[in-house]
Design a protein around this ligand. Structure first.
Ligand SMILES: C[S@@+](CC[C@H](N)C(=O)[O-])C[C@H]1O[C@@H](n2cnc3c(N)ncnc32)[C@H](O)[C@@H]1O
Length: 196
């Protein structure tokens, strides 16, 4: 994140927006279960809201400095891992849910975004949910905030197909204002019984 972007993401205004608007909308009707992974927590505005729901919570963040800060500021129960969401340091099938907010556009190419989607599917349990939000990337201020920063907007129109390509079922994507929300499920494997 560049300086201006970091200032906004660490501000009280962003914390209130996340708490009152973004997460309630992004996660409406989504059952996260008992072991949740958040990708790209940044300064932790989204994570702080997630800690209130109980259950196990892990976060995976690329920037070591943000990780140190998160370890200082978040409750000790939150597992803060430094790592790259395109190569997650977690076992297959571990989490009941994977979530991310306003971060997919920070992946530097559509190929790396697809790798993140595939990794989210790998670390989810069968039946687990992948959900979150991102900005449409169309607003002028949003674009200004990303000068000399990564901005590869994800098109909500193409996302359902990309989620299916990563192994998800029932992808749902919905626009709201300058953002979109998404959710999809890792399918349970089909069990077939041989006859005879
Ligand atoms: C705009 S911030 C969003 C922070 C937080 N979700 C929020 O809404 O306040 C995006 C975060 O994603 C992190 N990030 C970018 N690429 C990543 C990757 N490949 N793996 C893990 N985190 C990544 C960035 O370091 C940054 O902290």
């Amino acid at each position: 994140m560049n300086r201006a972007h970091a200032l906004i993401c660490s501000s009280g205004w962003w914390a209130r927006t996340v708490e009152r608007e973004l997460l309630p909308w992004g996660l409406a009707g989504v059952e996260l279960g008992d072991d949740v992974l958040e990708i790209g927590p940044g300064f932790g505005a989204t994570t702080r809201v997630l800690t209130r729901r109980g259950g196990r919570l892990s976060v995976l963040e690329l920037e070591p400095g943000y990780c140190e800060q998160l370890r200082r500021l978040l409750p000790e129960s939150v597992n803060v891992e430094r790592g790259d969401a395109t190569q997650m340091p977690f076992a297959d099938g571990r989490f009941s849910a994977v979530v991310c907010f306003t971060m997919l556009h920070h992946l530097p190419s559509p190929e790396l975004q697809d790798r993140l989607l595939a990794e989210a599917a790998r670390v989810l349990r069968d039946g687990g949910v992948f959900a979150g939000t991102d900005s449409l990337g169309t607003g002028r201020v949003f674009r200004l905030l990303h000068i000399r920063d990564t901005l590869v907007p994800v098109s909500p129109d193409g996302l359902p197909e990309r989620l299916e390509g990563a192994g998800f079922a029932d992808p749902r994507v919905q626009r709201g204002g300058r953002s979109f929300r998404f959710r999809a499920r890792k399918p349970a494997p089909c069990v077939s019984f041989a006859s005879g």
